[in-house]
Design a protein around this ligand. Structure first.
Ligand code: FES
Length: 143
């Protein structure tokens, strides 16, 4: 059996608040499929449905962290599958430019951009499970 590190033990009982932006066409449908297929994932996320990942303004991310959200996921259609053609490419570009700001604030491990299609319910549940574990290790953003 794998023993827990000191850091993991310190955060026992911590239930992170994670915000997950899902585009309406792919990742939201993937989340829905995860539910319909009964794939288990931690109840730590709150989904914010947006029409496209390109709609997620970096200001939303900072505002959410400022309000005490412990981790943020932005999800959308795979590159090439965006229903608005290039919305996810804009999101990727914008968020890559924003990485420096997140690093400067020490928040880069609390943020992730991922692509999930409507048929990837299993992948959605795995993504939430892995990201929740990562945030649990980091502990609460605001102590
Ligand atoms: S519609 Fe899904 S990322 Fe644009």
């Amino acid at each position: 059996m794998k023993s827990k590190t000191k850091n993991e033990e310190e955060h026992i009982g911590f239930r992170p608040n994670i915000l997950c932006f899902c585009c309406s066409w792919c990742s939201y449908a993937g989340a829905d499929l995860a539910g319909v297929s009964r794939f288990q994932y931690p109840p730590s996320i709150r989904i914010v449905r947006v029409m496209c990942s390109g709609r997620v303004d970096p200001a939303f991310i900072l505002e959410a962290f400022k309000d005490g959200i412990d981790g943020i996921l932005v999800t959308g259609c795979h590159i090439g599958d965006c229903h608005y053609l290039k919305g996810n490419e804009y999101a990727k570009e914008r968020i890559e430019r924003y990485q420096d700001v997140l690093k400067m604030l020490g928040l880069e491990k609390r943020f992730k951009l991922e692509w999930v299609s409507a048929s990837e319910g299993k992948r959605f549940s795995e993504l939430i499970t892995e990201f929740t574990a990562q945030i649990k290790k980091l502990g609460p953003l605001i102590q």
